[in-house]
Design a protein around this ligand. Structure first.
Ligand SMILES: [Zn+2]
Length: 474
């Protein structure tokens, strides 16, 4: 498969480091609030990537962190502590907030058919290892103590700006956003590895360290959790594009300085979900969550379908109208699948050809829109219904759009509706009463029953076999 690599700015033929296991890492959520659907777009696309790699036969091991400590409102280590902010807002402890929003995050993932990574590790469980890494960085001269905190010294690196997709101005955005300047930093992009002299007097979670009681910086946790669970090398690191700088840039700086060699081969970045006004955020405009979509009557699958219609490296614009269009297209697709008669035998040759067509699109830098087209191709194939449905089920192992189950429940709902119409006891009783009235030459009563049914949208058709009925089309 060809995959765009943010490091080389090229599509590269993907080759894993080891034949037996493909190591994948995903930056997890900061659990101080609900995830908005823009955050979840990244997790949907990463889920498709993981499932496609598995589909191709790779044995994927995927790890994700949960940020429950150390993430400040600006990614450049300034502003408020996000977890404290959440705890204050809801009058709960930081740990209660972390648990509540971790559960909420996975509930959203379940609704969107996002598989849980093999390992999910909260940052607070790995602090000892972070301390070990920071100690080694200090020993190797990549870090320094200043004002009670430990900082990473970016001037010690040959190349700090590894993602050339951004010009220096974009890269400094995090620095510009800083509320106040940290005068302890030797270089403007240096970042905190360990906070000891916290400006947050009420910091709830603290650990003992060689530099005093404190807590880890945000960036160190991904390095620590990845190396702890996946070892010294990584095949693919995923995340939203806004994490490329400074977060991923800092992860690479500290990981490679610690390890003394290259760390991760491929960087997979999912672009933004925007509103017509700009980048989606928790603070601007309507706070769009999966629950809100459901409250408004949308199937979460319609949102997943909406995401899959676009390419992960393009910004996607969310409007209710765009979501309506996606929901309509998704329903139409389900209707088409529901209309397939599952007759005949599965033709393995045709199935293999349909699979190959699906792979062709997905191999081209995860073109999920072509992936959806290949479902339509399967439905149009000159093949038995059984073959078509086998192909759809096979492709849906990756797309995870509930295609087969949704089509089956649509078929079942239709069958029940038809059955209910055929045996509506109330209508049948009315027809029997009308027949009796006619037989008694009480035509006024027979007409009255006819009109009453008509008012209910039921038309009577007199046939030689007796009266039948149907619903009048609106
Ligand atoms: Zn991360």
């Amino acid at each position: 498969m060809y995959l765009y690599n943010s490091l080389s700015r090229k599509k590269e033929l993907f080759t894993p480091n080891h034949p037996d296991v493909l190591k994948m890492y995903t930056c997890g959520p900061t659990v101080y609030h609900f995830a908005h659907i823009g955050n979840l777009r990244s997790y949907i696309m990463e889920d498709v990537l993981e499932k496609y790699l598995r589909y191709c036969g790779y044995n994927v091991k995927r790890v994700m962190n949960i940020t429950d400590v150390g993430h400040l409102t600006s990614d450049a280590d300034t502003g408020e502590d996000k977890m404290l902010k959440g705890a204050r807002r809801e009058h709960k402890t930081v740990l209660e907030i972390a648990q509540y929003y971790t559960d909420a995050f996975f509930a959203d993932c379940d609704k969107l058919n996002i598989k849980r990574p093999d390992v999910v590790e909260p940052a607070t469980h790995c602090v000892d290892f972070f301390i070990e890494i920071i100690t080694r960085l200090l020993e190797k001269g990549y870090a320094y103590l200043a004002g009670g905190n430990v900082y990473f010294d970016t001037s010690k690196l040959e190349k700090y700006y590894v993602f050339n997709d951004f010009n220096a101005e974009d890269l400094d955005v995090g620095v510009r956003e800083s509320v106040e300047e940290d005068t302890n930093k030797r270089n403007k992009n240096d970042f905190v590895l360990w906070f000891t002299k916290s400006k947050f007097e009420d910091q709830a979670l603290k650990w003992d360290s060689p530099w005093g009681v404190g807590y880890p910086g945000w960036h160190i946790e991904c390095t620590g959790i990845s190396i702890k669970n996946l070892g010294e090398d990584l095949d693919i690191h995923c995340g939203g594009i806004d994490n490329a700088f400074p977060h991923h840039t800092n992860e690479i700086a500290q990981s490679e300085s610690y390890l003394g060699h290259k760390w991760c081969n491929y960087w997979f970045h999912v672009h933004h979900l925007n509103t017509p006004e700009g980048k989606m955020s928790k603070s601007k405009g309507e706070f769009l969550t999966v629950s809100l979509l459901q409250e408004k009557g949308y199937d979460p699958m319609a949102y997943r379908f909406f995401c899959l219609q676009g390419h992960y490296r393009k910004n996607l614009v969310f409007t209710w109208e765009n979501l309506d269009n996606a929901a309509a297209a998704y329903n139409k697709l389900i209707e088409k699948i529901a209309a397939v008669d599952p007759e005949g035998e599965v033709d393995e040759a045709v199935l293999a050809e349909l699979r190959a067509r699906f792979c062709k699109g997905m191999d081209a830098d995860l073109n999920t829109s072509l992936g959806i087209t290949s479902v339509l191709d399967a439905l149009k194939a000159k093949a038995s219904g059984a073959t078509k449905l086998a192909a759809v089920a096979d492709i849906d192992r990756v797309l995870s759009l509930n295609l087969i189950a949704a089509a089956a429940s649509k078929r079942e709902a239709r069958r029940l509706a038809e059955a209910a119409e055929e045996h509506d006891p109330e209508i049948e009783a009315a027809l029997a009463a009308r027949a009796a009235a006619k037989k008694a030459k009480n035509f006024a009563e027979a007409d009255r029953i006819r009109d009453e049914l008509k008012a209910k949208g039921i038309e009577i058709i007199d046939t030689p076999q007796g009266a039948k009925w149907k619903r009048i089309e609106a």
